[in-house]
Structures are given as structure tokens and as C-alpha cells.
Design a protein around this ligand. Structure first.
Ligand code: AMP
Length: 642
């Protein structure tokens, strides 16, 4: 059981939401007070803090710059390039204003979209905050995505301008961004007017005359210009962030200004326990939701310094005999006195391969809590890191759609102890339900498996809609349960007798590779574009390190293309290369197995779960509807091959 103090807090958030959220809203500055806490007159669409005017950049930067101008705001460390930079709140404000002035000079106005395709460099943070400042809607695309994935996001967001850089770097290897961006713009129907290029000097690139702009030159030209924050009505869109679903077309998760600002400020206080003047370190990437909420906005809104890290969790040893350094993060914790850290289970599993001694080599006395999220946290990993650090490890479960945790423990409210294997209990504001998928009935008993759903209105900070597609928002998230309009998370879960939840996996075709959410359909569409492939199925299978990996099963148009093992291997290599080039290495399946049939029902529906079960060496369950039972035998045989 969680403490009575949290139960009362949670109950108040459900019973008296107006009073509850009014109190949370006082954590942020409003230029104009709101008239209504929540307007849910058009369900499932919710508007929070109606009529209030605020600005995310003001709350993240200006209000701290005016009170504590010299306090650290953004600490950037790149072990890839050996660079470090620390910006105080006053310096951050100047950089953001300069970039805002550049955007304005290029004609970017309130409501325009600005796409951000960048590595983990400070300019990415300036760009996001500059957009927030002037009311432009930013849409960050993860730098690990390649040209086709980027092109489809450009076409959906239709940006006026794109901010990018010459290259990122991974494990000491330069990863050029510009050629992928140029190709994406070529592929896209929509052509942005301008591309603002940050040149890190890592990879020479071609400039498109009249379109590509040089950030360094414009920074000189606009340095010192003042650009005031635009006060935006609370439900004005602040950003979109694409996420994968069951179709090949990614969804633009759209968030507001005021609700998001309040939700993050409240989460910093009640969940993450971060205080102004301290340092927050999230190891995620700005391309993901954790990067938005807990590298950029959350810590800054709380007046904390945020540590932005470009590099791997384990540094390869320099020199032939040198050992890899698995202590870099803990060195940073010591150096910058990090108090709150946020990472993902896969990263911890990577560290776990190394001697635990490196965890205690540094002074970690500043660190209070390590939060892990994005994928299931297995018990051995949780125990290993909890014992190694001797700090509380808190799992937290949420989604791109929600923007902040749905399930965890609010230790700012009550000092509850986590249970291994469970992210915790519903957070304030979330009316969490477990439902029977077939009947829609609520499951009240302990240990019953159901779909995890949330009754509307979703609390502040959650998605408002799918960008430019209200109908898709309703159809995708709110119409899945018979007889009820509730938000579906698409996750299976159960609850124990103490009210702790356990996440049991996705109910749709979304897979989770190293905490990265990928749609199997997007990968399938890419592979089926290969001329040799007639049909393909991609499933997620359990993996000891990454949680899950994608596995592809392809049926060839002409089996003679892979008559010999060498031909099969060459073809597999070609297909994987295609995925790398179009979607990015992040989406690359672990293997492509060539088969002559896929398991299907008599009506032609792919038996994904059976395919996944067999791939994981499990019993495929009821096969009464299968058209050709030998298809699964073939899959088994293909898996037996190396
Ligand atoms: P994303 O939108 O990329 O954050 O992915 C969200 C999905 O990741 C959720 O729907 C879950 O399937 C999974 N997920 C996120 N956090 C956790 C967690 N703490 N435990 C288990 N699964 C998680």
C-alpha cells in the first residue's frame, strides 16, 4: 500500500480537480490568469487553464534569468568531441533570444512549424526554446532517423524552416546529417523555405543557395537583439512530436503550452524532487519525449541546471590496451553534483556488462534518486543498479502521448518504497482503469490482466490531439474499448493487492527496442519496397540487452534469388542497408529471415502473435484459424538457421 498521504493527494486530484490543478498552476508564471481550470465540454478533447496566457520559455528561462542570472542552466558535455560548455540562465536567455531573432528575420511567425533535426548540442536546446518563445511550433525529429522517416515527418509538419547541423557523432564516428536532410527534403512534397545549419566542423557539406543559412554568421548578425516572449493562450499548440503506432504513418502528438508547463512543474516537485539550483541529468535524447520533458523543459522550469550529454554510456578505451570506461556518467554526477538522474533500463543493462566497481569509484553523495523509464525494468537490472549505487531506483511508466509519468511513486508527496517489477501506482490526475479488452468491463480484482486505460479528461500536459487530425486522435486512442470512450494506452497491465501496477507488454504492433518505440508497420513498408520482397512481417522479440529487437520474415518474389546461403546473406545485407538508409539504423531488424510463407488466418490476416511466440521459443497458442500450419514449421526452421 502507498502511504495515506499520497492516497489523499491522489483522491483530491480526482475528486476536486479544479482546486487541485489550480494549486499546481501557481508553480508557474501567468501573464494573464486563466478563467477556467478545465474545459471538457467536447470530450475527449480537453483544454486546460482556459484563457490563461503564459509562455514555456519564460517559465524555463527568463523568470530564472531575472532572479538568478548567473546560476547554471545548461551544462553540455560531449565525450564525442571532447567539448564542454556551461550556460548560465542569463547566457541561455541571450542565446535563445538571438536564435528567436534569427527565426523571426526569416519570417517564422507564431503557429509556424520549425523542424529540428539535430544531434545533442546546445543549439538544439536554443532552437526548441526559441520556438517556444515566439510561439512557433517545434517538431523535433530524432537524429537517428534517416531520409524517408524524416521526409514523412516533414510532409506532415510542413515546416517553414528546419534547423539542423552538419553531423552528429557516435562512438567517435562522425554521422553526417546534412546529406540525409537534403535527401529527405527532395523526397518530401513539402519544401521548407529555409534550412538553418549549425556547422560543427565535423563533416563538410553542400549548401543549397538561397535556402541554407549559416547559424554562426546569423548569430553574429543578430547577437544582442531582444525578442520578448509571446504570451500564448494556454491551449495554443507548443510542439508536435512524432510517434509510432499501428499504421506506417507516424502520429504527430500535439501538446499545449499552459497544461504542459504546469504538468512539468508539478512533476518536478511531486515526482522527481528536483530543486532550483541543483543539477538534473537525463541521458535521453531531445528526439524523444523524455528529452523534451526532462532534458529541456522540466528541469529548467524548476530552475535546475540540465546536463545535456553527447556520447555513449561506456567510452571505448583510448590506446590499444586501455580499458573501456563505464564510469563516465558517474564522473559527471560527481563533477556537476547531479541530484536527480533519469535513464533507461537498456543503458543500465549496457553498464551491467562491466565491473560494478566503477559505480563506486566516484563521489555520488549528491545523487538522491535514479529514475528509469521507457521500457520494462527487469528485476535483476533494477537490483544490480540499486545495490551498486545504493540509491533509490524508481521505475516510471508513461508514453510520448502523456508527456509525464502515468505510473510511478510521487516521493515528493510521501516516502513510498518501490516494488521490483512495478513502476508503481497511478499519478495524480490520471483516472487509471484496467479493462477487459472484449467487454470493456472494468477489472477490479488483483492480478487480473487487462488493458490499461485512462478515463477522460487526460490531465494537463498530455496530448491535445494528433496534429491536424482530430478524427485520428479519437479513432486511435478513444474508440478501442466497446461501449466506453476511454483513452487506451495499448499496454496490458495488472494490479496487485496493494494497488501497484505491472506492465505486461503492448497490445498493438508497436515494439520497444532499447527504450525506442518503433512501429513494425513502418519497417515492413520499407522492406516490402525492396524489389525482391513479395511479403514481409516484422515482429518484436525478447532480447536480453535491448528488451526487444525487431525480427523480419520475408517471402521472396523469386526464391531463386536466395538459392545459396551466400545469396541469402547478400540479400539480407541489402535489405538491412535499405532500412538503415531510409529509416535509420535505430529501426534495423536484428535479422531478416527468408521464408516461403507467413502464418496467416484463412481470411489472410497475419498471425503476428503466433509469429512472435514462435520467435521467442514459446507456444503459439490457439492455431485453429491458421490457414497453413506448415508456415510456422518453416519459421521454426528458419530461426534454427544462423
Ligand atoms: P514512448 O512513447 O516511446 O515513451 O513509449 C511508450 C511505451 O513504452 C509504453 O506504452 C510502454 O509500452 C513502454 N514503456 C514506457 N515506460 C515503461 C515502463 N516503465 N515499464 C514498462 N513499459 C514501459
Amino acid at each position: 500500500m502507498v502511504a495515506a498521504a499520497y492516497q489523499a493527494f491522489y483522491q483530491q486530484s480526482l475528486d476536486q480537480p479544479d482546486a487541485f490543478w489550480r494549486e499546481q498552476a501557481a508553480l508557474v508564471d501567468w501573464q494573464q490568469p486563466f478563467e477556467q481550470v478545465c474545459d471538457f465540454s467536447r470530450p475527449p478533447f480537453a483544454r486546460w487553464f482556459v484563457g490563461g496566457r503564459t509562455n514555456l520559455c519564460h517559465n524555463a528561462v527568463d523568470r530564472h534569468a531575472s532572479q538568478r542570472p548567473d546560476a547554471a542552466a545548461l551544462i553540455w558535455v560531449s565525450t564525442e568531441t571532447g567539448q564542454k560548455r556551461v550556460y548560465s540562465f542569463a547566457q541561455l536567455q541571450r542565446e535563445v533570444e538571438t536564435l528567436a531573432a534569427i527565426l523571426r528575420a526569416q519570417g517564422v511567425q507564431q503557429g509556424d512549424r520549425v523542424q529540428i533535426y539535430m544531434p545533442m548540442i546546445p543549439e538544439a536546446a536554443f532552437a526548441m526554446l526559441a520556438c517556444a518563445r515566439i510561439g512557433a511550433i517545434h517538431s523535433v525529429v530524432f537524429g537517428g532517423f534517416a531520409s524517408h522517416a524524416l521526409a514523412s515527418r516533414i510532409d506532415d509538419a510542413t515546416p517553414r524552416l528546419i534547423v539542423s547541423a552538419d553531423a552528429g557523432s557516435r562512438g567517435g564516428k562522425v554521422v553526417p546529417y546534412k546529406p540525409l536532410l537534403d535527401e529527405a527534403i527532395q523526397l518530401a512534397q513539402h519544401k521548407p523555405e529555409k534550412v538553418l545549419m549549425v556547422d560543427r566542423g565535423l563533416a563538410p557539406f553542400e549548401r543549397v543557395a538561397g535556402r541554407d543559412l549559416d547559424y554562426a554568421a546569423l548569430r553574429q548578425a543578430h547577437g544582442g537583439e531582444r525578442v520578448d516572449c509571446v504570451w500564448l493562450e494556454s491551449s495554443t499548440p507548443s510542439y508536435t512530436l512524432y510517434t509510432s503506432g499501428t499504421t506506417g504513418k507516424p502520429k504527430g502528438v500535439q501538446r499545449d503550452v499552459g497544461g504542459y508547463c504546469v504538468a512539468l512543474a508539478a512533476s518536478m516537485k511531486h515526482i522527481f524532487g528536483g530543486h532550483a539550483g541543483e543539477t538534473f541529468f537525463s541521458t535521453s535524447d531531445i528526439g524523444w519525449v523524455v528529452g523534451h520533458s526532462y532534458i529541456i523543459y522540466g528541469p529548467l522550469i524548476a530552475g535546475m541546471a540540465t546536463l545535456m550529454y553527447e556520447g555513449l554510456p561506456v567510452l571505448s578505451g583510448r590506446g590499444a590496451s586501455a580499458e573501456p570506461d563505464a564510469g563516465i556518467w558517474w564522473q559527471l554526477v560527481e563533477k556537476y553534483k547531479v541530484t536527480v538522474m533519469f535513464s533507461a533500463p537498456t543503458a543500465i543493462r549496457v553498464l551491467k556488462k562491466h565491473d560494478a566497481a566503477f559505480l563506486t569509484r566516484h563521489d555520488l553523495s549528491s545523487l538522491r534518486t535514479l529514475f528509469l523509464a521507457g521500457e520494462p525494468l527487469d528485476e535483476p537490472t533494477a537490483r544490480w543498479i540499486a545495490e551498486g549505487l545504493n540509491k533509490p531506483i524508481l521505475d516510471n511508466y508513461w508514453q510520448t502521448e502523456t508527456g509525464w509519468p502515468i505510473l510511478t511513486l510521487a516521493r515528493g508527496v510521501a516516502d513510498d518504497s518501490p516494488k521490483f517489477g512495478s513502476p508503481g501506482v497511478p499519478m495524480y490526475g490520471y483516472r487509471v482503469k484496467l479493462l477487459d479488452e472484449a467487454t470493456g468491463e472494468e477489472l477490479h480484482g488483483a492480478h487480473q490482466k487487462g488493458l490499461l486505460a485512462i478515463e477522460g479528461p487526460l490531465p494537463p500536459g498530455c496530448m491535445q490531439t494528433v496534429w491536424r487530425d482530430d478524427e485520428r486522435f479519437v479513432r486511435t486512442y478513444w474508440n478501442g474499448i466497446p461501449g466506453k470512450q476511454v483513452y487506451s494506452t495499448f499496454d496490458w497491465a495488472m494490479r496487485d493487492e496493494d494497488g501497484f501496477y505491472f506492465i505486461l507488454g503492448r497490445s498493438d504492433d508497436v515494439i520497444n527496442v532499447a527504450g525506442h518505440r518503433l512501429g513494425t508497420r513502418e519497417i515492413e513498408e520499407c522492406i516490402s519496397g525492396h524489389p525482391a520482397v513479395a511479403e514481409v512481417a516484422v515482429v518484436g522479440v525478447a532480447d536480453a540487452l535491448k528488451g526487444q529487437v525487431a525480427l523480419a520474415f520475408a517471402v521472396l518474389r523469386d526464391p531463386a534469388r536466395a538459392a545459396t546461403p551466400e545469396q541469402a546473406q547478400a540479400l539480407e545485407g541489402e535489405i538491412l542497408k535499405k532500412v538503415d538508409a531510409e529509416l535509420g539504423a535505430v529501426a534495423r531488424p536484428a535479422r531478416v529471415r527468408l521464408v516461403t510463407a507467413l502464418p496467416k488466418t484463412r481470411s489472410g490476416k497475419l498471425l503476428r502473435r503466433a509469429l512472435q511466440a514462435v520467435s521467442e521459443g514459446r507456444d503459439p497458442g490457439d492455431l485453429s484459424t491458421i490457414e497453413d500450419p506448415s508456415a510456422l514449421e518453416q519459421i521454426r526452421a528458419a530461426l534454427g538457421r544462423t
